[in-house]
Ligand binder design. Structure first.
Ligand SMILES: Nc1ncnc2c1ncn2[C@@H]1O[C@H](COP(=O)(O)OP(=O)(O)O)[C@@H](O)[C@H]1O
Ligand SMILES: O=C(CO)[C@@H](O)[C@H](O)COP(=O)(O)O
Length: 472
């Protein structure tokens, strides 16, 4: 008899549900439901989107689902009262209003102390900074907080009734250390003034419980619900990322990360020492501006994504002297929450649709290349890069990334790797062993020696340094 598992990716822009054949790893159905724009959201909206995608993927009609796991956008602050109702909209990872609180944390204790204590230096994304913001700005709501959890924990709770999390997502809160796998409640006491109830941290393959009746389909035993994971850790699991491999994900965020047995400590505090979804470690750099730099520029040009790609690949390869910094929504790497985008080198000759499109694509590629350089600087082994996420579909990005990184870029078969990682975890939780699903690489893109891309990289670095100096 067939058996299937369900993987869920509740990410910034949408909820994706995939139904996967347990034996072969083949995707049998997939559905997506959108999330609203904005950097704060009522968590019930994620639940509604999950219900829609769950239904559209045909899960309720199946009697063969043995496991379900949820992966979700990291860091989002879901703070609920004793009744389980959110006291405030969840502040998302890309909401920079908590930047002053994060900056204060760093100035009070210093980067070294934070790296020792939680292996990351606070930035506005971290849940701890968001809780500090809530305490200072919405004290009445803060006083009602009974439990704090992350987006994926909120959905796991509604699927299974269990208040649990996993190492990978806990490690992004700013009050958990992925080396001893312990919470640091004293940080909550110091910066939130109280220690709310926190979800129990499960091991990667440990079941949270079983699916509650309202989610079950017709017949069969209720599926096992896995611990879930942060979305980047789930993508690592979905890719079966190995040492020497670095994933670059181009979604709402741009992320650059590796999976290693030993934790990596970046004394500069720029790289976050997250946990992965297998019991190992996930050193990660994250930018706030990735795919949407390209889609926003396309919309400004009145171009659809095909036309945008044509524009970005038909002008001079260095974007004709135009240089863009992509900080449209503030930035996290580099840590410039107040930043805005920059466009430099405008002349009557350079200001063309082609150059504008190309400078946007090159800006995204360069911000990712800067992250990769930081990983290399802290001696993470970078032998191979795997490109994933919605923005990885961009032929324009694919065409400039190898020369920007000066490295061959492997493009895995187009798939929802976060949701697939969740499905892989669900299979692991349900059967006790990781499934043996194949990973298919569709193309290997080698650098071409394009000097224009190299020229843009130099101009980008100079412009970034000037702007960083201006803001400091
Ligand atoms: N061909 C493309 N070129 C550029 N961006 C793209 C392309 N296809 C999809 N995207 C963008 O990718 C993003 C979605 O990627 P995804 O990884 O699902 O994001 P998230 O996980 O943050 O919700 C959207 O902004 C979408 O417009
Ligand atoms: O904050 C981070 C990683 O630290 C982001 O990567 C979020 O986890 C959101 O991811 P996407 O929705 O862009 O995939």
């Amino acid at each position: 008899m067939s058996a299937t598992v369900v993987g869920i990716d509740s990410s910034t822009q949408s909820c994706k549900v995939v139904v996967v054949d347990l034996e072969s790893g083949k995707v049998l159905s997939i559905a997506t439901a959108p999330h609203p724009d904005g950097t704060s959201v009522d968590p019930h909206v994620w639940l509604q989107a999950l219900k829609t995608a769950w239904r559209e993927a045909g899960v309720p009609e199946r009697g063969d689902v043995v496991g379900v796991s949820v992966a979700g956008q990291q860091h989002g602050m879901v703070a609920v009262d004793v009744q389980g109702a959110p006291v405030h909209d969840a502040l998302l990872w890309n909401d920079v209003r908590s930047a002053p609180q994060a900056a204060r944390m760093v100035s009070e204790h210093g980067v070294d102390w934070w790296m020792e204590t939680v292996n990351m230096a606070p930035v506005s994304s971290m849940t701890l900074a968001k809780l500090a913001w809530l305490r200072e700005n919405e004290p009445q709501a803060a006083a009602r907080v009974h439990r704090v959890m992350l987006p994926h924990d909120w959905l796991t709770l509604h699927l299974s009734g269990e208040f649990v999390t996993d190492r990978s997502d806990a490690s992004g809160t700013g009050y958990f250390h992925a080396t001893d796998n312990q919470y640091r409640p004293e940080l909550l006491q110091e910066y939130f003034g109280a220690v709310p109830e926190l979800p129990r941290v499960l091991a990667a393959h440990e079941p949270a419980g079983t699916l509650m009746p309202e989610w079950c389909g017709t017949g069969g035993t209720p599926a096992v619900v896995g611990a879930g994971a942060g979305d980047n850790a789930a993508a690592g699991l979905g890719l079966n990322l190995e040492p020497g491999e670095v994933a670059i994900s181009v979604g709402t965020s741009g992320t650059v990360f590796a999976c290693n047995a030993e934790p990596t400590i970046d004394r500069s505090g720029v790289t976050a020492g997250f946990a992965d979804a297998t019991g190992q470690h996930l050193p990660l750099l994250c930018t706030i501006n990735a795919a949407r730099v390209m889609t926003t520029t396309a919309a400004t040009l009145g171009a659809d994504l095909d036309e945008f790609t044509r524009l970005a690949t038909s002008g001079p390869s260095d974007a004709g002297g135009l240089t863009m910094l992509p900080y449209f929504d503030g930035e996290r790497t580099p840590n410039l929450p107040e930043a805005t985008g920059r466009l430099d080198g405008l002349t009557r000759a350079s200001f063309t649709r082609e150059n504008l499109a190309r400078s946007a694509v090159l800006a995204v590629a360069n911000s990712l290349a800067d992250c990769l350089d930081i990983l290399r600087d802290i001696h993470v082994d970078v032998e191979r890069v795997l490109l994933i996420g919605g923005g990885a579909k961009s032929d324009a990005l694919r065409s400039v990334l190898p020369d920007t990184l000066n490295l061959t870029v492997s493009v895995p078969r187009s798939a929802e790797y976060v949701a697939l990682g969740a499905a892989r975890q669900a299979a692991w939780a349900a059967t006790g062993r990781q499934p043996d699903w194949p990973r298919v690489i569709d193309s290997e893109l080698a650098p071409t020696g394009d000097t224009g891309v190299g020229e843009f990289r130099e101009r980008y670095g100079a412009l970034r340094r000037r702007y960083e100096k201006q803001l400091s």
